[in-house]
Design a protein around this ligand. Sequence first.
Ligand code: SF4
Length: 229
Amino acid sequence: MLNVSEIFLSIQGESAQSGRPCSFVRLFGCNLRCVWCDTKYARGDGAGGAPSPMPVPAIVAAVEKLYADAGTPPGAAPVRRLVEITGGEPLLQRETAALCAGFLDLGYEVMLETNGSLDIGAIPAGVRRVVDVKCPGSGEEGSFFADNIGRLRAGDELKFVLASIGDAVWAAEFCARRGLAARCPIIFSPSAPSLPYRTLAEWMVKTRPAGVRLGIQLHKAIWGDRRGV
Ligand code: SF4
């Protein structure tokens, strides 16, 4: 049984897969308290929201139904379905690996986003893991589980949410010291309004940190800051 916050179909907005139609399973409960958290309702600390306990097959069936209800245009070529398991912090729940496996078994392309504080090693091969590293401006600097760097594999990526140019400098140094540009895509995602997209873009153009790409939260640019998108 897993504690679920919400399940919905939207656009992948925060990774190297940004722009692709994607379903999301947001799991409930988090061990961190980022200053700029935009999913407080999924943390489980009384900031709103409540968990819905669901077994793995019911979660998979709910995502299948979303795609079935969305329909497929006549004559369209079959497209591999994309699902992201996120949170909250998905690795807090024992059955998250089984949930990934359930989607893989049905041929889904599976992503998992984690806050980076817990071991990613138990997530099955074939899952694209988006591993966050918390910068000083999050209030959770030092939460990163350092062994996760050694566990990165093809298809994974690292993500830094930045509250200031100071965070950007910190993140660029973090990556450079560990040679991460050669390991996987690195996303720098500005936390609006404290760091405007343009300010970070102009800093990146000037400094060109190795292997880094700008990631804006595409779903918020489209629908605004609200749940279920
Ligand atoms: S890790 Fe994610 S869910 Fe947890 S507090 Fe930070 S932003 Fe919010």
